[in-house]
Design a protein around this ligand. Structure first.
Ligand SMILES: Cc1ncc(COP(=O)(O)O)c(C=O)c1O
Ligand SMILES: *[C@@H]1O[C@H](CO)[C@@H](O)[C@H](O)[C@H]1NC(C)=O
Length: 489
C-alpha cells in the first residue's frame, strides 16, 4: 500500500489532465490537417492508431530522451552513456560520438557478473570458441549441447529442485510455459502486480484469471474460497486445477513476497504455487538461493520455480525448475523448447560459471563476498534515502528500491538532472505502473563501492531538493502528515 499526499495526488491528476486535454486539442487540428496530408494507404484502416498511439505521441515522445539511452560499455557500476541530440524538439534523437561516464543505478546487475569477471569471462570465451554464439537449432534437433545439459543440472541443484529446463528468454519462459500447465477449465490466481510476461502467459493459456490484491494473503484466501465455492463459469463444475502465481521480489516495488503465508494457503486449498524469482534468485538469501532461502520456505512446497538469468547471473534466458515429471512433461510439450532455438552456448556458460562463483566452486570466496556486499549496499542505500526524506518503496535486503516521483513533470526532471551529474537512473511510469505512481527505480549492485553509493546519495539528495520529491522531510509533523495522505493500493 502506498500513501500519497493529497496535494501531490491532485497536482498529478491535474498534470495528466492538462497533457491529455492539450494533446486531444492538437490531435483535433491534426486530423483536419491530415485530410490533405493523408499518410495512410488509401482504403486501409490506420495500422498504428489508438489510445496507445495518443499516449506515445503526446506524453512519451516529449520525454523520450530519458528512455532507451544508448550505452556503449558493459553494465558495470559505471558505464558509458552515449550523448544524443535532436533538431526537432526530441521527436527524433540522433547519436553523437561523445560519451558520458555515469554511475549506473539502473541495471539488474545485482551481483556484478554482467561486467568482465576474472573467472566467468575466460570460460565464456572458451565456450564461444568451442560452441559458437548460436546452436542454430532447437533443443530437440541439434540444439542441446553439453553446456545445455550441464546448465540444467546446475540450475536444478542451485534452486533446490530435482530437475530444470532452460529457455533462451526469461519473458518467454513465463508466457510460453503457463499455457502448457493450464488451460480452459483451470483457474489462475495472479498477484495484481505480476510481471507482464505472467499476464500474457495467463491470458494465452485460456484459463480463467483472477487477481488478488498485491501481496495480500488475506485477500488471496478470500479469492480462493470464493472461486472454489463458485467453480467454473456457467457450469459450476470444480476447477480442473488452480495455480497461484507470485513473484519473489516485485521488480517495480522492491517488495519481498509474503511467501510463507501464501504457501500455507495454497496447501490448505490444494492450489499449486508458481513462483517467479527473476529478481530474487542469486540476489537474496544467505547463499543466493532466493526468497525461499531468505524467508525459510522449503522449496518442496513451491511446485513450480521460475526464474531468469538476466539479473544476478549477468546472462540471458530463463528456467523452470520442478519435479522430474513436470520438467519431462514440459520438454515434451512446450513450444519454446520444441520450436525455438536453444539458449546461446556462451550465455549458458556464463550462468554455469557465475553459479560456480556464487557457490565458491571456483575456489575463492568472491561469491560469498558479493552476496554480503549486495545486502550491505542495498540496506545502506535504502536507509540513507529514507533518512533524506524520500518516499522509498520495498523491503530491507531487496536490491530494488523505487523512489516515488508521482508528478509526470518530475519524471524527466529527475532523470535529466541526475544524468547531468553523471548518475544514470531508470524512471518508470504508466503503463508499467499505475498512472499516479511514477517512480525512479534504483537497482543496487554488489559492484558498487561505498564511494559510488555516497556519490549517488549526494546527487540524488541535491536533485531531490531541486525537483521537490522529499515527501517526508526530516522532522515531519507526523499527525498532520498522516491526515493529509491518500491511501492507494
Ligand atoms: C518478474 C519477471 N519475470 C520475467 C521477466 C522477463 O525476463 P527477461 O527480461 O529475462 O526476459 C522479468 C523481466 O524483467 C521480470 O521482472
Ligand atoms: C530534449 O531533451 C533534452 C535532454 O536530452 C532536454 O534538456 C530538453 O529539455 C528536451 N527538449 C524538449 C523540447 O523537451
Amino acid at each position: 500500500m502506498i500513501t500519497i499526499p493529497y496535494l501531490t495526488a491532485l497536482t498529478t491528476y491535474f498534470s495528466y489532465g492538462l497533457l491529455f486535454a492539450f494533446g486531444q486539442f492538437r490531435d483535433f487540428f491534426r486530423k483536419i490537417f491530415d485530410r490533405w496530408h493523408a499518410s495512410n494507404l488509401q482504403g486501409y484502416a490506420p495500422i498504428c492508431l489508438g489510445l496507445e498511439d495518443f499516449y506515445i505521441r503526446r506524453l512519451y515522445l516529449r520525454i523520450q530522451d530519458c528512455f532507451g539511452r544508448p550505452i556503449s560499455s558493459a553494465p558495470d557500476a559505471w558505464f558509458d552513456v552515449v550523448e544524443r541530440y535532436s533538431n526537432d524538439n526530441n521527436k527524433t534523437l540522433k547519436r553523437t560520438t561523445k560519451i558520458t561516464r555515469c554511475l549506473n543505478l539502473g541495471s539488474y546487475n545485482y551481483l556484478g557478473f554482467a561486467a568482465a569477471d576474472e573467472y566467468c569471462t575466460p570460460h565464456v570465451i572458451e565456450s564461444l570458441h568451442k560452441f559458437s554464439p548460436s546452436t542454430c537449432s532447437s533443443r530437440v534437433d541439434g540444439g542441446t549441447t553439453t553446456v545445455h545439459t550441464e546448465l540444467e543440472e546446475c540450475v536444478a541443484n542451485f534452486v533446490g529442485k530435482p530437475a530444470a529446463v532452460v529457455f533462451g528468454m526469461g519473458y518467454v519462459t513465463n508466457s510460453a510455459i503457463l499455457p502448457i500447465f493450464i488451460g480452459k477449465g483451470g483457474l489462475i490466481i495472479s498477484d495484481s502486480l505480476n510481471h507482464n510476461s505472467i499476464v500474457n502467459g495467463a491470458r494465452g493459456s485460456g484459463a480463467t484469471v483472477r487477481v488478488f490484491q498485491h501481496n495480500t494473503p488475506s485477500h488471496l484466501e478470500k479469492v480462493l474460497r470464493e472461486q472454489i465455492a463458485e467453480g467454473q463459469p456457467r457450469t459450476h463444475r470444480p476447477w480442473k486445477k488452480i495455480i497461484v502465481i507470485v513473484e519473489g521480489i516485485y521488480s517495480m516495488e522492491g517488495e519481498l513476497c509474503k511467501l510463507p503465508e501464501i504457501v500455507a494457503l495454497c496447501k490448505k486449498y490444494k492450489a499449486y504455487v508458481y513462483l517467479d524469482e527473476a529478481h530474487s534468485i542469486g540476489a537474496v538469501g544467505k547463499t543466493g538461493r532466493g526468497v525461499c532461502e531468505l524467508l525459510g520456505v522449503d522449496t518442496a512446497d513451491v511446485d513450480i520455480m521460475m526464474g531468469t538469468f538476466t539479473k544476478s547471473f549477468g546472462s540471458c534466458g530463463g528456467y523452470i525448475a520442478g519435479s522430474k515429471e513436470v520438467i519431462q512433461y514440459l520438454k515434451y510439450s512446450c513450444p519454446a523448447h520444441l520450436y525455438a532455438t536453444s539458449i546461446s552456448p556462451p550465455a549458458a556458460q556464463q550462468i554455469i560459471s557465475s553459479i560456480q562463483v556464487i557457490l565458491g566452486e571456483d575456489g575463492s570466496s568472491r561469491g560469498a563476498q558479493k552476496l554480503a556486499r549486495i545486502r550491505e549496499n542495498s540496506n545502506f542505500f535504502r536507509s540513507e534515502l529514507q533518512k533524506m526524506g524520500f518516499e522509498v518503496l520495498g523491503d530491507n535486503d531487496s536490491p530494488v528500491m523505487p523512489i516515488m516521483l508521482y508528478n509526470p513533470a518530475k519524471i524527466p526532471a529527475f532523470s535529466r538532472e541526475c544524468l547531468k551529474q553523471n548518475v544514470a537512473v531508470v524512471t518508470v511510469a504508466f503503463p508499467a505502473t499505475p498512472l499516479l505512481l511514477a517512480r525512479a527505480r534504483i537497482c543496487i549492485s554488489a559492484s558498487h563501492t561505498k564511494e559510488d553509493l555516497v556519490k549517488a546519495l549526494e546527487v540524488i539528495s541535491r536533485v531531490g531538493d531541486l525537483v521537490g520529491i522529499k515527501y517526508f522531510p526530516a522532522e515531519p509533523n507526523k499527525q498532520h502528515q498522516e491526515q493529509s495522505m491518500m491511501k492507494l493500493e
